[in-house]
Design a binder for this molecule. Structure first.
Ligand code: FAD
Ligand code: NAI
Length: 467
């Protein structure tokens, strides 16, 4: 057998690569992880999940203090002022703590961090910063980057046209932020800057926000963000942006074609999706091709068509989510170690961390019907949930979708202040093959937001108590 430097080498230290590398090392494999960034943790920890949640949390506290929510409970704050530099510093501290934590975990588990960007020389050799490293198995976990919008040039340093990375680092609150794309990034980061005082306009190509989510959720999102003061320009496309000094002029027109008009803004966020990172990897040197969407295709075990080469996370098909990448990292490591690693792609929750949160798992009502399934749907409004009502969080609902014949839960969708936490119980129930009756007869603590999940399941049976 050939002599390799490593049993397994991961390219990329995002949630896919770093988690996979740790699990591979735990399984007794000699493991390395190549990462070109200054810090570990990938998009998620450095410029994604973590910094966005830090700003969402900080901006929510500011809004509560500045706009009377605290006053309603008799908490007098005096004049509330924003110190954006401190909020940004707090964000940076969270990121530093967590990325440093991964470095500690690598040392603890004896994973070697090879610093630099990897290029394949052949299917068991990569070159990084002028040196070559060999491994019996190599996992591509290179993640994704912002999809550019032709004719709209992002310059994060200038801060007028920015992508998500620039929008996380603004040193001022824009007067008017125009978000191109009413998806997850647009709504999360649009919410941050609206709460901190910006006027926010969202320009979305489709007729609803949040593509991929259940239709009822998408409709509710439109109502809620409008109520919060965002201007929504649905079924509208941006055809160009010009910048003069610190001012941008966007030209927009109806998606279906029609008269053009202009919108003035001092900040434009481009958030129209992300695309897989494969450029510069040298895939041609190992005979690996990408599909029409630029993704690397794998089988159920995350093996590519090339022997010994595997791929996980944002670079392969499926939702671009950190928890999906992490689970695939664990599964691929276990498969390489000769164990059985499986990810159930039918049960991957998705959450939009606005206030309220929008979350779902499994099939949407539309997808279930398209698949020809006969379904029963139960809904329960948060307005009728005692805890949500008491906390002054009446917006939203829970919707449980079950198979009409077997009662097996096919999906659940929810809008609630803590929907991201509530959705986990349905994911677990679905993993155990639960019926809506199973959820309806599970004792839920009172008073909790999660009781709305139980009541929605009871509504599938036609027997909710509180509506
Ligand atoms: P990545 O995290 O992108 O990591 C890949 C790493 O590979 C990068 O660090 C890159 O530098 C490195 N790399 C690339 N090429 C090479 C090479 N040739 N050699 C060496 N290293 C290389 N998901 C959620 O689930 N929840 C959230 O709340 C959430 N919020 C987000 C907010 C924002 C603003 C963004 C942009 C994304 C968010 N995501 C969220 C998505 C999440 O960040 C990604 O799904 C996740 O990071 C994908 O993990 P990954 O390991 O596949 O890739
Ligand atoms: P997205 O795919 O969620 O949304 C992009 C939106 O832009 C879509 O609604 C699309 O219709 C619209 N769009 C596309 N072209 C357009 C155009 N020319 N003009 C106007 N609108 C246009 O992508 P987004 O928000 O950039 O996020 C990228 C990825 O990052 C997502 O896949 C998501 O999974 C991940 N992410 C996850 C988060 C979470 O889990 N909470 C948070 C942030 C990002």
């Amino acid at each position: 057998m050939a002599d390799y430097d490593y049993d397994v080498l991961f390219i990329g230290a995002g949630p896919g690569g770093y988690v996979g590398a740790i699990r591979a090392a735990q399984a007794g494999l000699k493991t390395a992880c190549v990462e070109g960034r200054e810090t570990l943790g990938g998009t998620c920890l450095n410029v994604g999940c973590i910094p966005s949640k830090a700003l969402l949390h900080g901006s929510e506290l500011f809004e509560e203090a500045a706009h009377g929510v605290l006053a309603k409970y008799g908490i007098k704050t005096g004049k509330v002022e924003l110190d954006l530099a401190t909020m940004q510093a707090e964000k940076a501290a969270s990121v530093k703590g967590l990325t440093g934590g991964i470095e500690y975990l690598f040392k603890k588990n004896k994973v070697d961090w090879i610093k630099g960007y990897a290029t394949f020389k052949d299917s068991s050799t990569v070159e990084v910063a002028g040196k070559t490293y060999t491994a019996r198995d190599i996992v591509i976990a290179t993640g994704s980057s912002v999809t550019p919008l032709p004719g709209v040039e992002v310059d994060n340093d200038k801060g007028v046209i920015v992508d998500s990375t620039g929008a996380l680092a603004l040193d001022r609150v824009p007067d008017h932020l125009v978000v191109i794309g009413g998806g997850v990034i647009g709504l999360e980061l649009g919410s941050v800057w609206r709460r901190l005082g910006a006027k926010v306009t969202v320009v979305e190509f489709l007729d609803q926000l949040l593509p991929g989510m259940d239709g009822d959720i998408r409709k509710e999102a439109g109502k809620i963000f409008k109520k919060q003061g965002m201007e929504l320009r649905l079924s509208t496309k941006v055809t160009g942006v010009t910048v003069k000094g610190k001012q941008a002029t966007l030209t927009v027109e109806p998606s279906a074609g029609g008269a053009a008009e202009t919108i003035e803004a001092d900040c434009v966020l481009v958030a129209i999706g992300r695309r897989p990172n494969t450029a510069g990897l040298g895939l041609e040197n190992i005979g690996l091709e990408v599909n029409a969407r630029g993704q690397i295709e794998t089988d159920h075990d995350f093996a590519t068509k090339v022997d010994g080469i595997w791929a996980i996370g944002d670079v392969i098909p499926g939702p671009m989510l950190a928890h999906k990448a992490e689970d695939e990292g664990i599964a691929v490591a276990e498969n390489i170690a000769g164990l059985t690693g499986i990810v159930n792609h039918a049960v991957i929750p998705g959450v939009v961390y606005t206030m309220p949160e929008f979350a779902g798992v499994g099939l949407t009502e539309e997808a279930a019907k398209d698949a020809g399934l006969e379904i029963k749907v139960g809904k329960f409004p948060m307005m009728a949930n005692s805890r949500a009502k008491t906390n002054g969080e009446p917006d939203g609902f829970v919707k449980v979708i079950a198979d009409a014949k077997t009662d097996k839960v096919l999906g659940a969708w929810m809008v609630a202040s803590v929907a991201g936490t509530m959705v986990a119980q349905v994911a677990q129930a679905m993993e155990f093959g639960a019926t809506s009756e199973d959820i309806a007869y599970t004792c839920h603590a009172h008073p909790t937001h999660s009781e709305a999940v139980k009541e929605a399941a009871m509504a599938v049976q036609g027997k909710p108590i509180h509506i």
